[in-house]
Design a protein around this ligand. Structure first.
Ligand code: SF4
Length: 64
């Protein structure tokens, strides 16, 4: 599964960092999320799904 963030949609809420801090970083200059791990492991998938689900801007996707 591939985890991506759409910079055109990210509004810097940082809910994703709360859900999956190991998968994301935050760029204070652009005020946008950075995906640190684009291919989460099996163990990281539930956190990745939660981040996608709770992003208020629908900026994250997890696809095959
Ligand atoms: S929760 Fe969504 S909008 Fe907020 S920083 Fe993360 S990706 Fe961006």
């Amino acid at each position: 599964m591939r985890l991506t963030a759409d910079p055109g949609l990210c509004q810097g809420h940082q809910e994703c960092l709360a859900e999956a801090p190991e998968l994301f970083a935050f760029d204070d200059d652009s005020y946008q999320v950075v995906v640190r791990i684009t291919e989460p492991s099996e163990e990281q998938l539930s956190a990745a799904r939660a981040a996608v689900k709770y992003c208020p801007a629908f900026a994250l996707s997890l696809e095959d």
